[in-house]
Ligand binder design. Sequence first.
Ligand SMILES: [Zn+2]
Length: 230
Amino acid sequence: MMKIFTIFLLSLLFSSCATNKTTSRSDASAYKHNSAEKKVAAHKKEMVPLIVIDPGHGGFDLGTHSKSYEEKEICLKTAGFLRKHLEKAGYHVIMTRSRDEYLPLKKRAEIANQAKSQVLISIHCNSAKNTNAKGIEIFYTQKTEPWRAKKSKQLAQAVLSSFLAQTGADSRGIKEGNFCVIRETKMPSILIETGFLTNEEERKKLSNDFYLDTVAKSITTGVDNYFKST
Ligand SMILES: [Zn+2]
């Protein structure tokens, strides 16, 4: 009798385990289904390029400065306009800094690398002893994998041509530069020198929000053209 009772108990236990197993299997398949949906949604999200904007300098690091105009402030303003235009155009945007704070160069590259952004755009202003020096120049690095150098150059070319067309600025061309922020990143990266703070004409332009907004619009057009062509 005891034996039969034990078998009965065991069979109850087994059937309960089996039921649990069945339930957990169906839970697992529901979970898998949900997780696949989430992955598709995330993938769709990832189809929208993510752009990291890096406003140069910040905090105690003023960058170049001339007659109370500080590069760090102009960079941040331009970056803010750029963010607005890129988001309006449908891009996802991350800024390495969105306020007046110091950020080490390696940290800026790290932010872009961790976010796995599609491109990085670093914004700067230029300076020279010769106050006649003016114009825009865009840097990319060759000290990297060939594909990244090639793509960075393509991005630089696209941005330079829309910048020149929309702002009327002089061109100093596309140059190779070994700057930390564009060298240490893992995606196509450019550093734009938007004009010379040491040149009176360009200083005036760079102190005008309307001009900075135009600069931002022109960079957005360049980024758009780059993504269309790649
Ligand atoms: Zn700078």
